[in-house]
Design a protein around this ligand. Structure first.
Ligand code: OAD
Length: 227
């Protein structure tokens, strides 16, 4: 089976009703990254941070996967598919994809602030006083700006093995995720799907599908399933 590796960002979940970060009206227009998505913000005001992710979690629980998530799951009929996502939602899994690497963590998980290995499934609001089994405060299981991205160790070898590489709905400005495309090999066909014009990475064998995810991913998956 050929290996397809897909890198996704907030754009793939936009049509499920979740806001992106940097589009107009995006999340980073309403909230300051340093307040809600950094270790410094957490030390300054834990309640503000918890409230931000409580809102995100509530919104996510009211959302469903869209055509793009489902189409990527269908691709598994003919390909060995790995999805590397910057998204903290669970819509790839809900759409049926079986191999998903969450580079930036998961909204439906909580983690101990003291014992990083203690991670729990979490659906309700998180408040001050919610603790791990060893008594330390819990925090959202999210990679904040300035923190290490340990899942890169899993993502890089996957990208190196890709026979086909697809990028969907990401502005490609947040590193190290944005650098993953540089681990593809020269001859690997690469596809980029985004409805907005963007500076394309100067990479060989790259094709741009200038469509929303539901349209562009559906088109590409149909094409790949015919091969
Ligand atoms: P961005 O908000 O930076 O970029 C979203 C991209 O999706 C843009 O290129 C849009 O043009 C595109 N887009 C919008 N609607 C779309 C649609 N219907 N279909 C397909 N694409 C669409 O989001 P990310 O690149 O995911 O990290 O942001 C990367 C990281 O920055 C996030 O994981 C998050 C954020 O800060 C953390 O919070 C740690």
């Amino acid at each position: 089976m050929k290996k397809v590796v897909v890198l996704t960002g907030a754009g793939i979940s936009a049509e499920s009703g979740l806001k992106t970060f940097r589009d107009s009206n995006g999340l980073w227009e309403e909230h300051r990254i340093e307040d809600v998505a950094s270790p410094e913000g957490w030390y300054r005001n834990k309640e503000l941070v918890l409230d931000f992710y409580n809102q995100r979690r509530k919104q996510l629980l009211a959302c469903n996967p869209n055509r793009a998530h489902f189409a990527l799951a269908e691709l598994e009929q003919m390909y060995d598919v790995s999805i590397i996502t910057q998204n903290v939602d669970n819509l790839h899994e809900a759409g049926g994809s079986t191999h998903v690497v969450h580079l930036h963590g998961e909204l439906l998980k909580a983690r101990s602030t003291e014992y990083e290995e203690l991670i729990y499934d979490w659906q309700k609001d998180m408040v001050i006083g919610d603790t791990c089994e060893r008594g330390a405060q819990l925090r959202p299981h999210i990679v904040w700006f300035g923190e290490a991205v340990p899942k890169m160790d899993e993502a890089i070898p996957l990208v190196r093995q890709a026979d086909i590489f697809i990028v969907i709905g990401t502005s490609m400005v947040v590193y190290p995720a944005a650098g993953l495309i540089n681990y593809t090999s020269y001859e690997t066909p690469k596809w980029l799907i985004d409805p907005n014009d963007m500076p394309l990475p100067r990479i060989p064998n790259l094709k741009f599908i200038n469509e929303k995810a539901t349209v562009g991913v559906d088109y590409l998956v149909k094409l790949l399933l015919q091969e």
